[in-house]
Design a protein. Sequence first.
Length: 278
Amino acid sequence: MKKIFFITIIIIIFGCSNESAKNQSQNLLSLFVITEDLELGNNRVVLSVLDEQGQTLTENLRFSLKKLGSNKITKIEEINTSSWPPKRNVFVTNINFEETGYWEFIVNRDKETAKAAVNVLENSSTLSIGDTVEPIITPSINDFEISKITTDIDADKNLYQYSLDEALKQNKPILLSFSTPGLCVTGACAPQMEELKKISNSTNDVIIIHVEIWKNFDEVMKKGDLSVGVLNDSVQKFNIKTEPWTFLINSKGIVKNRYQGFVESKEIKIDLGKSDFN
């Protein structure tokens, strides 16, 4: 794989009233499913709702879900707002998909409706919740100068103290994050690093590991060409195809949560404090 980029595959269906052309023109909600890697079982899903001017909406919205081909509609009761870069609001919820295939998210506001379909696969392309993490080597300051293992211009050395294989021996929770702040095409990588640093500065109870996407990022930056990039070994091993990706691993080395795209530090802290984390 020579290029890595954040792709959101979305099928957007605008729901319109059939009463009149006037009513149709007034129905201008858009629903986007930002999370593209969805599998059987529990998934963190991020949604965004826009108005006709492309502004994010957060008020007076009702969300539901159905399996395409089924008449059963399930109301999404627990859904939270989150602030994503650059200055936009999204919704975060957890959905337990019991079947593979196409599912449809629905949002309603007054008489307006928008829908977005997603494809749920049997297995994720990367690490899944419940997986035991393989102890592989990731770049750390024990073997490299920090400037050689990250594109972060304000790097926090605490994020590079451990290789993953060594971290798994410490019997501590691990936050494993893949991104490339200096070469990110989504604009979310550098903000994600700042969220990781907030956690690093507030606790010593979690080992945080940042893994740069590109092994030869100096060459990529010098040539301005992602096609010459060579992926870090762990990026290839865990089949990381989008960025950023962050995994929350408990002290037993088991993935307890995963976050495709940006995630606020406060959400991670909530997940760390859950009673079933270990």
